[in-house]
Design a protein around this ligand. Structure first.
Ligand SMILES: [Zn+2]
Ligand SMILES: [Zn+2]
Length: 272
């Protein structure tokens, strides 16, 4: 059983599935994918991701604002917390973080949004999904004190250095690999994945983006998390079952409010 720990189900290209999200999810389920975390990128699309999570027992969602989401100015933490409390299908805050890939002119705004989301995560006792790109120092400087206060989370779609991965693991974070790790030009990232223990990693598609080999260039969907898993298993010299079991266990350890089972049976107290 695999889990896609990070997908954008409200943005999938459903043309190959007769415009049916259920068909896309069924395709993944038929390959052994048993859970999906549908990740929010802006307050504007929260209702869409929540709606998907509330109508599928094996889908959960997050609430958060991506570092490069359209500029609505500073994030109001009260609004975010209200959204996060609005459904027990919300199991994380994010994706949030820092992305200086195209320059850091929005650095102050990104830091304000990240700090607001880290504070909300601590208050609500939810893990964070961190997007980080070309912002190693600022990211670690923010996450270290967060972790010291009991904060938990994952660096998703990881593309940074082994040093950064180890620093994050040291303070209890997980590292999540997407289809990027399967790319032919990703030798450095493959070395990172090889060096990290199974106990610290998650797998994801980040669909509809970043389709893994052999689907590279096409619109990604959650079934292809299995291709990421097989690649990582081969790389690390373990069986696909072993990799699946470890990454699935890690997923439910981190996102502890994601409990498999019928909707409405969850004991999560997020609604109160
Ligand atoms: Zn991201
Ligand atoms: Zn994402």
């Amino acid at each position: 059983m695999f889990v896609d720990s990070h997908c954008h189900l409200d943005r999938l290209d459903l043309k190959p599935f007769d415009q049916s999200l259920d068909k896309a999810l069924d395709t993944a389920r038929s390959r052994g994918v048993s859970g999906f975390l549908c990740v929010d990128i802006d307050l504007d699309n929260f209702e869409a991701v929540k709606g998907i999570a509330e109508s599928h027992a094996d889908v959960w969602c997050s609430a958060g604002v991506h570092p490069t989401a359209d500029d609505h100015g500073p994030l109001d933490g009260e609004v975010l917390k209200q959204l996060a409390r609005s459904s027990d299908r919300v199991v994380a805050i994010g994706e949030c973080g820092l992305d200086y890939f195209r320059g850091d002119e929005t650095r102050e705004l990104q830091l304000q949004r990240l700090d607001t989301q880290l504070a909300a995560a601590l208050e609500l006792d939810l893990p964070v999904i961190i997007h980080t790109r070309d912002a190693r120092e600022d990211t670690l400087d923010r996450l270290r004190p967060f972790a010291d206060k009991g904060g938990r989370g994952v660096l998703h779609c990881f593309t940074e250095s082994l040093e950064m991965a180890r620093a994050a693991i040291d303070f209890g974070f997980y590292i999540s690999f997407s289809g990027i790790v399967t790319f032919k030009n990703a030798a450095e990232l493959q070395a990172v994945a090889l060096a990290l223990p199974l106990a610290n990693i998650l797998i994801e598609t980040d669909s509809p983006y970043l389709a893994p080999v052999p689907h590279r260039g096409r619109s990604n969907h959650p079934a292809w998390v299995v291709d990421v898993a097989h690649f990582l298993a081969d790389l690390k010299g373990v069986s696909a079952d072993e990799l699946a079991e470890a990454t699935t266990r890690n997923f439910y350890d981190l996102f502890s409010r994601a409990t498999p089972g019928p909707i409405g049976m969850s004991s999560a107290g997020a609604v109160s």
